[in-house]
Design a protein around this ligand. Structure first.
Ligand code: SF4
Ligand code: SF4
Length: 125
């Protein structure tokens, strides 16, 4: 079992999860996104040690343990597996740094943005 990044991550990609992963098993696209490979991060299903450190760090609540995935996002398990099946299309995700070497975080989602994003992807509270 591994943790799964769902489509709720799409276009957020603030990398909070990457900062805490102890085994660098979270990947991003090596090239431009496509409909089959959206702009999000992907957890390598074999490299993930199932530690759970990433899940509470995601401000968009986009990460689930595989066995607790909401039914509406079941297809995202196969989406994450792409980084194992087609490794040439992915690179290990790295947080950006500013010109003084500090890690760059995106602003936290405001107001009801998290709830709206969940609803967009068919996930309830
Ligand atoms: S913290 Fe959440 S939304 Fe941000 S990149 Fe990681 S999984 Fe995606
Ligand atoms: S569960 Fe642990 S090992 Fe797996 S992606 Fe999250 S932080 Fe990395």
């Amino acid at each position: 079992m591994a943790y799964i990044i769902t489509r709720l991550c799409t276009d957020c990609v603030d990398m909070g999860c990457v900062e805490v992963c102890p085994v660098e098993c979270i990947y991003e696209l090596a090239d431009e996104p496509t409909p089959e490979r959206p702009n999000m991060l992907y957890i390598h299903p074999t490299e993930c040690i199932n530690c759970g450190a990433c899940e509470p760090e995601c401000p968009w609540q986009a990460i689930y343990e595989e066995e607790e995935m909401p039914a509406a996002r079941a297809a995202d398990v196969a989406l994450n597996a792409l980084c194992e099946e087609r490794p040439s299309l992915f690179v290990i995700a790295k947080m950006g740094r500013d010109d003084q070497g500090r890690l760059v975080h995106k602003p936290a989602p405001a107001g009801d943005a998290v709830a709206k994003n969940k609803a967009k992807w068919g996930v309830g509270d």
